[in-house]
Design a protein around this ligand. Structure first.
Ligand SMILES: Cc1ncc(C[n+]2csc(CCOP(=O)(O)OP(=O)(O)O)c2C)c(N)n1
Length: 538
């Protein structure tokens, strides 16, 4: 059989280690799914398009690159939220979209006849995805495919951001030359790195209490070992942003805890006291506004190909080359003595099941086999302090903060990571993507999903009127109260046999131990009082 356009796309993906294609097929992209098997790529069909996007995101975060294809318009626009999160949090997902053919476009332009799922714009998906990807391009002919695909995948690898390729739906089976040569996977150095490194290390040495804050780009660019070396050679305190938790093992001298303002002692104190903050590969969520706006005279940042030293103008610099130069520069003098690591969080006494107890019991159960995936909910503040073991044991959409991400990202992470996903999610977040349990069953995946069932969108209630949590006479906002599901029956209906509710710490311990012993997907529903708050917020 001749080599085709679909083969070209899949071959370039498999060359980068991608062995799974997430999506919900449609006539537009069926040609890609048809070619998957013969190219050694396993199609994973999810229960929704949004789930496909989150799953691809979870795979990209753990494997380094992912691919997803859904229906033009109806599927892609449903998936947009997931790809926006991947864009913000540097997750290189390749969105492969079947696009309108020449007749579709002519009918629309000449007679206002809508092609399937068209909004009436000839490029509705292309234009929309430009907003949430590092590159978005359309290939109308087979001749244009190699150039478009190579440019897109190279951009995803270099920038660690999603990319979008739209391919005329008529050409999947058209003949195409096989790929030749390898794709560039890193940006070239800017030439500024050595000089910048000299300045930065000089400032660190001159500071009284410098602190390095590690961000997610360090993991995405495979720079964790070098950053660990840099910390040791300089002898500085260090912290991580919440999305970067687990990028480095959380131990040893200088470890100051996860910095996730506004609820992140002791790291918040360490950051507040630092006279120099070196933020490597960080993304700033809204909670960083005060720190970044008021701290320009003590902050150095390096992210997204740019370095800024205090109030000086930004300069181009390639992150990997900069970190290498920093290590070389740091090696020229002895490290300063490292302060002792922060004490681990001490457990409280056993008692009724509360947010605090749920996280303490999960913390006690953690070992290096788990990949902790918290959702956006009250418990994310507690997840920041979980004793994740080793490296790359944590995955969190903490900046984009879309509820429901965790459950569906676990589908992808179960394919991309050697660790077993342990999802911790609120009941409201679980409502968003609960059908992902079905995908886990269908493809024999093994995530353990812990749903903290308090019957409300407590995070929203906390933001809008926190009195509710301390004053029994204060009623919740009516729109934060959830429809109560029978989660166990729901999970059973989707094929998850191992589903149970727990109301005590002993039962939770038992459920976690039983889950650990099984290789099937598991749902544990931890019932918590709606007025209960995690330790970090109480
Ligand atoms: C997709 C999406 N919709 C809405 C929100 C706003 N939001 C943030 S937290 C939250 C409540 C989460 O509730 P739940 O999952 O039950 O956890 P809890 O807050 O009770 O711990 C909501 C609705 C969001 N972040 N993302």
């Amino acid at each position: 059989m001749a080599f085709t356009v679909a083969d070209y796309v899949l071959k370039r993906l498999t060359q980068q280690g991608v062995d799974t294609l997430f999506g919900v097929p449609a006539a537009y992209c069926a040609g890609l799914f048809d070619a998957a098997g013969r190219n050694g790529v396993k199609p994973v069909v999810t229960a929704s398009d949004l789930e496909a996007g989150y799953a691809a995101d979870g795979y990209a975060r753990t494997r380094g690159l992912a691919a997803v294809a859904v229906a033009n318009g109806a599927g892609t626009l449903s998936m947009l939220n997931a790809i926006a999160g991947a864009f913000v949090e540097r997750s290189p997902v390749v969105v492969v979209n079947g696009g309108p053919n020449a007749a579709n476009l002519a009918n629309l332009t000449d007679f206002d006849v809508l092609f399937s799922h068209s909004t009436g714009q000839p490029d509705h998906d292309l234009s929309t995805y430009k907003l949430v990807t590092a590159s978005a391009a359309r290939a109308a002919t087979a001749a244009a495919v190699p150039g478009a695909v190579d440019a897109a995948i190279a951009t995803a690898l270099k920038r660690k951001r999603p990319v979008y390729i739209e391919i005329n739906r008529d050409i999947w089976t058209a003949t195409c030359p096989a790929p030749s040569g390898s794709l560039p996977v890193t940006e070239p150095p800017a030439g500024t790195e050595e000089q910048l490194a000299g300045t930065i290390v000089g400032l660190v040495r001159a500071a009284t209490s410098p602190l390095i804050l590690v961000g997610i780009e360090i993991q995405r660019h495979g720079l964790a070992d070098k950053v660990a070396d840099l910390i040791a050679k300089l002898g500085v305190r260090w912290s991580v942003q919440l999305p970067a938790k687990g990028v480095l093992p959380e131990q040893g001298g200088g470890w100051a805890g996860v910095y996730a303002p506004p609820h992140s002692l002791p790291a918040a104190n360490a950051v507040a006291q630092a006279d120099l903050l070196v933020m490597l590969g960080c993304v700033f969520p809204s909670s960083y506004a005060t720190l970044v706006r008021t701290g320009t005279n003590r902050i150095i940042t390096a992210y997204d190909g740019k370095v800024k030293i205090k109030t000086a103008a930004k300069q181009n610099a390639q992150l990997g080359a900069l970190i290498t130069a920093l290590v070389t520069e740091a090696a020229k003098a002895a490290p300063r003595p490292l302060p002792a690591a922060v004490d681990p969080v001490t457990p409280t006494a056993a008692g009724p099941l509360t947010y605090r107890q749920v996280f303490e019991r999960i913390g006690a159960a953690l070992d290096p086999s788990w990949l902790v995936i918290p959702d956006t909910f009250l418990g994310v503040h507690s997840a920041a302090h979980l004793p994740v073991k080793g490296r790359d044991g944590f995955l969190c959409g903490a900046v984009w903060a879309s509820i429901g991400h965790s459950v569906a990202a676990a589908v992808g992470a179960s394919f991309g990571s050697t660790r077993r996903p342990l999802v911790i999610c609120g009941d409201g977040g679980f409502h968003m993507t609960a059908q992902a349990l079905s995908t886990m069953v269908r493809y024999a995946r093994n995530p353990v999903v812990v749903v903290i069932d308090n019957g409300i969108y407590a995070f929203e209630q906390f933001l809008l009127d926190a009195d509710y949590f301390s004053d029994p006479t204060t009623q919740p906002k009516p729109y934060v109260v959830l429809n109560r599901w029978d989660f166990v029956k729901f999970a059973n209906g989707l094929g998850v046999q191992a589903a149970q509710s727990v109301t005590t710490t002993a039962a939770l311990d038992q459920a976690l131990a039983t889950a650990k012993a099984s290789s099937a997907p598991v749902l544990i529903v931890a019932k918590v009082n709606p007025r209960d708050l995690p330790a970090e917020l109480g």
